[in-house]
Design a protein around this ligand. Sequence first.
Ligand code: AMP
Length: 281
Amino acid sequence: MIIIKTIKELKNIIRSNKKQGHSIGFVPTMGFLHEGHLSLIRAAKKENDLVVVSIFVNPTQFGVGEDFEAYPRDLDNDAKVSEAAGADVIFNPSINEMYPEKYQTYVEVLEITNKLCGLSRPTHFKGVTTVVNKLFNIVEPDRAYFGQKDAQQVAVLQKMVLDLNMNIDIIPCPIVREADGLAMSSRNTYLSPEQRNAALILSKSLFTAKDMINKGGREAAEIKETIIKMINSEPLAAIDYVEIVDALSLNDIPTLKGSILIALAVKIGKTRLIDNIRAEV
Ligand code: AMP
């Protein structure tokens, strides 16, 4: 496995792989890799000849006052674990490599970004779609792997690929959880032991909601109320949002039907955590 820092070098590798007819799988990440990221790398390895993993803490997707500086970084360990999971190339550019002086081009998806996480992070998805677009142009992947953990991100990127006629398959991969249910996240490292325990209320409330649906519950308001009550019973938790939406459009649905996404964002202390669950009804 090789670590590449420049766009030029990576483009050369991509060009020679394309010439040989190799398929390219791409896993974009911000690093500090855990089993959730590694599941994407393993999935990419199964389906492609060359697996490229990008590790780039992308400043444009962080809002003012968010955790860009504090975001955890550990390239040495990332290199070790991603190689073991099947990565062939790590792309780890500097900020200046991705956004040189006088950079001025952004890619924005409109409606679908104006809900859920987009409400409390109004500039976030513009940063995501811009960096992913740039990375897609550099890596030219056949398939790109994203976690359902960031369900809105998957929906936004699917819309971007569709609207901009990109020849890239977006492959959504299931959420990887700790044994006790907590969705894995690089941000879990911010949590104290008490907060880590309190954070279990996210997955617990989602599993309860899933149970309600499995038992025939179809009223979004009722299910939402149960989730909100459970989270509010945890003193360390403060709700950002709890929404029950159509999984593709992310539009509200009062009565559950079709592919449903129950998504939530909750602050535990200063740490904002997200989680979600899918249901087919
Ligand atoms: P990040 O490094 O947080 O930007 O995440 C990089 C990719 O890993 C994104 O596609 C995430 O959705 C995915 N990911 C993060 N956490 C998980 C998880 N617990 N399970 C599955 N995928 C995840």
